[in-house]
Design a protein around this ligand. Structure first.
Ligand code: FCA
Length: 327
């Protein structure tokens, strides 16, 4: 009997120890679609910062396609992670990601790109933090229109490159916002040319924009916009490669991370006129913290959080970054 009691006690103690170890050791996953992009590097950096402050571990995995996302989630499950945040390479993977997370008993939250179901509608049950895409796009379009006017260009003689990635809803909202502001300012819709990119990086944007520029070689002045800084930069690199002077180009990106900063730091101005700075701190630090609270304190995140952006130009980007607390 005594031995039996001792065994029960030992078992109870072991269970308590395991319980407290669980409570102490929170591990969250952070999967991103394009790990080499500075924006995502920053998100990871700020997620790590939250982990250091609160005492949890962030397991970071890059996953460029659907297969990699699936194996990344299994990998997280095997590592004893309790929940993860993902920016998916393809929003249509939505139902598969939800199922995989459930199979691994992982809490799931998305960042930047919102998952959609088979009907193309957002999966509203999955907590999400994204940017206010339309509004930020409008800021881009308005800033381009203002600068066109400032330079005294006749809008009739200006071409616009819409670097597009239409399979991603936030990308559509961003460029549509830019177009709405541009046309409201009097920009002719017929002068806006679509440059569909195969991926959301600079090289893909360069290729897409080059095709447009070659097709309309008679146009003197150009403006360009897309879903991120890489899209705008690709258009700028394309304009340079076909010999358009920097002064004849106004491209504005979205992001404000290293890709934009490096461009602003160049000794002479390029066609990359500005960027709407969005907050990698909120998208990295805050999502990580939300996930931590969900795991450790059973406090589920809000279902939808949309963050704002601030326009920054070559001359004031340092100040804008400082004001946003993202230095
Ligand atoms: C998307 C884009 C990224 C970044 C993010 C907020 O995921 O691909 O470049 O803009 O939204």
């Amino acid at each position: 009997m005594r031995v039996f009691k001792a065994a029960i006690l030992a078992g109870a103690l072991a269970a308590m120890a395991a319980g407290s170890a669980f409570a102490e050791e929170v591990k969250i996953g952070f999967i991103v679609k394009q790990p080499e992009e500075p924006w995502f590097q920053d998100e990871w950096k700020f997620a790590d910062q939250a982990g250091k402050e609160k005492g949890f571990t962030v397991v970071k995995i890059g996953a460029e396609d659907g297969e990699k996302v699936q194996s990344a989630i299994d990998n997280l499950g095997a590592q004893g992670v309790q929940g993860f945040i993902v920016c998916t390479p393809d929003v249509k993977l939505g139902p598969g990601i939800v199922a995989k997370a459930a199979a691994n008993q992982l809490k799931l939250m998305t960042v930047d790109d919102r998952l959609v179901g088979a009907d193309g509608k957002p999966l509203e049950d999955v907590p999400h933090m994204g940017i206010s895409a339309t509004k930020i796009g409008e800021t881009v379009g308005q800033a381009i229109a203002d600068e066109i006017k400032k330079r005294g260009w006749d809008m009739k003689n200006v071409g616009a490159i819409r670097v597009s990635y239409d399979q991603l809803p936030t990308a559509v909202d961003r460029v549509d916002g830019a177009i709405a502001a541009l046309t409201a300012a009097g920009f002719p819709a017929a002068n806006i040319y679509d440059a569909p990119q195969a991926k959301t990086d600079t090289e893909a944007a360069l290729n897409a924009a080059t095709t447009v520029l070659n097709k309309h070689s008679d146009v003197k002045y150009w403006v360009a916009f897309g879903l991120n800084d890489e899209a705008a930069l690709g258009a700028v690199r394309a304009s340079e490669s076909v010999g358009i002077p920097a002064d004849n180009v106004i491209a504005i990106g979205i992001g404000g991370a290293e890709s934009a900063i490096n461009e602003f730091k160049k000794p002479s101005a390029t066609g990359f006129f500005g960027s709407v700075i969005i907050s990698p701190k909120r998208h990295g630090y805050e999502t990580a913290l939300n996930m931590y609270d969900w795991i450790a304190n059973d406090k589920a995140p809000e279902k939808l959080i949309l963050t704002s952006g601030s326009l920054a130009l070559r001359g004031d980007y340092e100040k804008v970054r400082k004001d946003l607390g993202i230095q």
